[in-house]
Design a protein around this ligand. Sequence first.
Ligand code: GLN
Length: 175
Amino acid sequence: MKKVGILALQGSFAEHAKILEQLSQKYIFVRSKQDLENITHLIIPGGESTTLEKLLWEFDMWGHLKNKKLNIFGTCAGAILCQKLGLDIEIERNAYGAQQASFIAELDSKIFKKLQGVFIRAPKFKVQNKKIKILAHYKQAPVLVQQNNFLVASFHPELRKDTRVHAFFLTLNSD
Ligand code: GLN
């Protein structure tokens, strides 16, 4: 059975929770390795990837994340962590500029019409592996991609009212 968790150590976890509530999806906030044992789907929020990674090591959660094949949705900093956990893309951190250069833009996507992306010190993705599905672009660069159990966005879907990307994540199946 599907059990959803939101990593709640740092970053925009409360905003992800609001989206799940709009979807009437139950969730737990994940703050320990015991919490990780009880879920099939994990959202890793935006925030600061260096801090998040440090906390995951400190709380002895990194190894569990690496070994347990959870469905993981990483947004922004969360996407950077997904790459470190095995997602086969290259990442350039902060490639869209500093905090003050944050912006909202409409993305190009066949699946999600008129999807808007909020970019805050966002990473740029480079995708070479042909098996990776690119679900949205911004100015020709992939910004929403999926590989098996990983879904990552360089933007912040949790900061808009649009629930479609989260709903899509919830359809991913762990096998
Ligand atoms: N620039 C941040 C990092 O590298 C990510 C920013 C964000 O999540 N909004 O971790």
